[in-house]
Design a protein around this ligand. Structure first.
Ligand code: ASP
Length: 426
């Protein structure tokens, strides 16, 4: 019998009714034997994710606040247990763990309790991520060790539910993955179990060709390559964590992004090789700044270029593009990444680099049309559409990976440009 690894996100487990749907999905296919779960997420808009409540509890300054959050969190978990009619009683564990733990140990408990509840609901065996997901000093998965643990567990029990979002560090301590990291846990588990497929169940029918906040009912993208997925998620398409494909690539395990509320509906398949040539996404984001730094000869002097990037490194680890000519280098950053420190960067550029002049173009949007092997068609389409609507291209980038074309322009044109490009693509 084959193995399907499944991951359920926070909205798929936010309350008892959602948990029942998720349980039904697992039960409907005997091959779904490896399950990773997030912590219960928002039940409605404006609601809190359990993980956010745990972060708040960790930062609470007073015992009163901590107790208040403790009641909120345990109340929600108990409510799920009671509504599902499960016999579990976590009260001792709540007191022992939630009241004493701090940091990663505390914040990871949303996934921990959720996995225990879900395992009981579907009659699978629970395995603490600390006993299965081993991370090295860089936070990378130790695959041989994980594979061994996974094999042993599956041989003994035949199935497994693992809490997402954390694992054991080199000394056995709890280490968190990045936010949204249960996707990564599911991928690590899928790779370690040699699964035939990794099904990621969320609250949408896969990747949409454009942001539904901009385009009404955009169509689902049928297929994406692993690389395209990484490109799209780096530009804000956050259906699946971009690092999740890394453990899957070597074994070429495909990922299916499916909807817990519509399990038989449309979905996106992410794989090593696409079967069709098609645009995979139109993604855009506002809030970028382009620093144009003038210094005679900088474009052919790597030492100066290096010093320039060193200045930015002190403020952000993310630089989106560095288009340059002989006497000027542009550095494109995301406004939120540098916070309100534009003036400090300017000061450093003059004092530490002896820049001759610096101009800053603010309120820029970046838009990418992603699609493997389609660069020349998409570049033509984007530039022509920009000319039609009067948007001046401030940056044009064919992409070092030739996976898509990115343009930068005045952010006021973003919505219109996305609309026009969507119409031309479908
Ligand atoms: N619960 C964690 C978060 O909110 C991890 C996850 O949901 O994947 O980021």
């Amino acid at each position: 019998m084959g193995i399907k690894a499944v991951k359920f996100g926070g909205t798929s487990l936010s309350h008892a009714e959602q948990m029942r749907k998720a349980a039904e999905i697992v039960r409907s296919d005997k091959e779904r034997r490896v399950v990773a779960v997030s912590a219960p997420g928002k039940r409605f808009s404006g609601d809190d994710k359990i993980t956010d409540l745990l972060y708040r509890m960790d930062q609470a300054k007073t015992t009163e606040k901590r107790n208040e959050l403790f009641s909120l969190i345990t109340g929600r978990l108990d409510d799920i247990v009671a509504s599902l009619g499960l016999p579990q009683d976590f009260s001792r564990e709540y007191r022992e763990v939630l009241m004493t733990a701090r940091g990663a140990e505390l914040v990871s408990r949303g996934e921990y309790f959720c996995a225990k509840i879900f395992a009981a609901l579907i009659g699978f065996s629970f395995a603490d991520a600390r006993d299965v997901i081993f991370l090295d000093e860089k936070g990378e998965p130790d695959m041989p060790k994980i594979e061994k643990a996974m094999r042993a567990h599956l041989e003994q029990y035949g199935n497994i539910v693992i809490p997402g979002f954390y694992g054991a560090g080199p000394n056995g301590e709890t280490v968190l993955l990045p936010r949204g990291g249960s996707d990564i846990t599911g991928a690590i588990a899928a790779a370690a179990a040699d699964a035939d497929v990794y099904e990621n169940f969320t609250d949408v029918n896969g990747f949409l060709l454009a942001d539904p906040k901009t385009v009404a009912s955009p169509r689902t993208v049928r297929e994406l390559s692993y690389e395209e997925l990484r490109r799209l998620s780096s530009m804000g398409a956050c259906v699946l964590h971009s690092d999740s494909v890394l453990p899957l690539k070597a074994k070429e395990i495909p990922v299916l992004i499916r909807n817990t509320n519509d399990p038989d509906g449309e979905y996106t398949r992410i794989c090593a090789k696409k079967t069709e040539r098609a645009v995979s996404g139109i993604v855009g984001q506002r809030g970028y700044l382009l620093f144009s730094v003038y210094l005679t000869g900088i474009g052919k002097n790597l030492a100066d270029f290096h010093r320039l990037l060193g200045i930015f490194e002190a403020y952000t680890s993310n630089v989106y593009s560095t288009p340059h000519t002989i006497d000027a280098v542009g550095v494109l950053v995301y406004g939120d990444d540098i916070g309100g420190r534009k003036e400090d960067i300017l000061r450093d550029l003059f004092e530490k680099l002896s820049a001759e002049a610096v101009t800053v173009t603010a309120d820029m949007a970046l838009l990418s049309v992603v699609g493997e092997g389609l660069s020349s068609e998409t570049a033509r389409m984007i530039l022509q559409t920009m000319a039609e609507i009067g948007a001046e291209p401030l940056l044009v980038d064919g992409g070092a990976d030739r996976m898509g074309v990115t343009v930068g322009f005045d952010e006021r044109y973003l919505t219109l440009l996305i609309h026009r490009l969507y119409e031309k693509t479908v």
